[in-house]
Design a protein around this ligand. Structure first.
Ligand code: PLP
Length: 385
């Protein structure tokens, strides 16, 4: 089976993890701060907080922005459920903004329309999470301008987008947002097995996220409400969690960072090859926005169902039966049965639903062989016949 996404682990990655296993620290040692430094330097941002998943990073990002009961969080329906669940963890209310039909990202035009209405109803969001779908940035300049006008905070869910750029600057620099979140799950661009990281240019937000990451405890005297009992003293200054990343994960992440640019450029070579090989098929390939250099986490295609005699499910099954490990990104979050309790129904976000009904993500990973890619194209051609 050719998977839709896959990690690439080399001998240097393996050695770096073994070195940590033989060192004094398996957690809370030097590797996590080194990994954070590596990301911070790469992204051109001031602070980085590494955690055990992007889901945890989204949670503490929301908490550090003060998202709480009664607040609204808006995000894209075309995302993994974690982009919305973080609102519910905080007791906040969730709503969605429909996608742009070209980029499949949260539409800045739809966002503006919804903000105008929400202002009249006094239901403006506290936080908007922009998801950089498939590794391509949202229209952050416009969304940032709207945040200034309507007073909301922005979290970029860049789980797909490490190594990508927006307006020639690395994703994660937070030029147009408060916080950016990355995922290092093995199907993403670089991996730490499980793992995530939040970047920010705000010292205050970084400090809050560090506290939330580790039980809300601190050894920083300036944060304590009374003098320490002694050198051993720490104080719980808030309620936090254990969202820490291990040293083995951080070491793997540091090692993977050395190849990040190579990974992304290999994905671009494969993407261009797909564009060419698929150009005569009844599909719409992923659009590349000129403001963005995508990290190309995914290669989603939309099938022109008017031109083929099979439905999407038949095409999907044909591909899987022929060892092409396709997937679908994403089932619109508001159509999840769990989300129906919040009053959503089918038809609420028609662009995301229509895109979902026709899309399939075909395999794309940086160590994909040309022969594997040719096989995917061949089977897809047969599937669409
Ligand atoms: C993978 C993913 C997440 C969750 O990442 P984890 O590290 O697995 O918690 C969140 N948002 C998006 C868009 C993702 O693709």
């Amino acid at each position: 089976m050719i998977p839709y996404g896959k990690q690439d682990i080399n001998q240097a990655d393996i050695s770096s993890v073994i070195d940590v296993l033989q060192s004094d620290f398996l957690t809370q040692g030097p590797q996590v701060p080194l990994f954070e430094k590596k990301l911070v330097d790469y992204c051109g941002v001031d602070y980085g907080v590494a955690v055990n998943s992007a889901t945890s990073a989204l949670h503490i990002a929301c908490l550090s922005l003060g998202l709480e009961k009664g607040d609204w969080l808006w995000t894209s329906p075309n995302s993994f459920v974690a982009s919305a669940n973080c609102a519910l963890y905080c007791g906040a209310k969730i709503d969605f903004v429909d996608i742009d039909i070209q980029t499949y990202n949260l539409s800045a035009i739809e966002l503006e329309k919804k903000l105008i209405q929400a202002k009249q109803e006094d239901k403006l969001p506290k936080v908007v999470i922009t998801v950089h779908f498939a590794g391509q940035s949202c229209n952050m300049r416009k969304i940032h301008a709207l945040s200034q006008e309507y007073g909301f905070n922005i979290i970029e869910d860049a789980s797909h987008a490490i190594g990508g750029q927006y307006l020639e600057k690395p994703i994660g620099g937070c030029q147009y947002s408060d916080i950016t979140v990355f995922s290092f799950h093995p199907v993403k661009i670089i991996t730490t097995a499980e793992g995530g990281l939040a970047t920010t240019n705000s010292k205050e937000l970084a400090e809050k996220m560090r506290l939330f990451r580790s039980h809300g405890i601190s050894r920083d005297k300036s944060l304590m409400t009374r003098d320490p009992d002694g050198a051993w003293y720490y104080q719980q200054v808030g309620l936090g969690f254990n969202y820490r990343m291990t040293e083995m994960q951080a070491a793997l992440g540091i090692s993977q960072m050395h190849r990040l640019d190579e990974f992304v450029s290999k994905r671009h070579i494969l993407q261009e090859r797909y564009d060419l090989l698929l150009s005569s098929l009844p599909i719409i390939g992923p659009y590349q926005d000129r403001d963005s250099y995508s990290a190309l986490h995914l290669y989603p295609i939309q099938i022109d169902l008017n031109k083929v005699r099979k439905n999407r499910e038949q095409i999907f099954n044909f591909l899987v039966e022929n060892d092409v490990g396709v997937n679908v990104h994403y089932i619109p979050i508001h159509t999840q049965p769990y989300y129906l309790q919040f009053g959503f129904s089918k038809g609420d976000f028609p662009n995301s639903e229509s895109y979902y009904s026709r899309s399939i993500s075909i395999p794309l990973f940086h160590n994909m062989e040309v022969e594997q890619q040719d096989k995917v194209v061949d089977i897809l051609r047969k599937a669409l016949r």
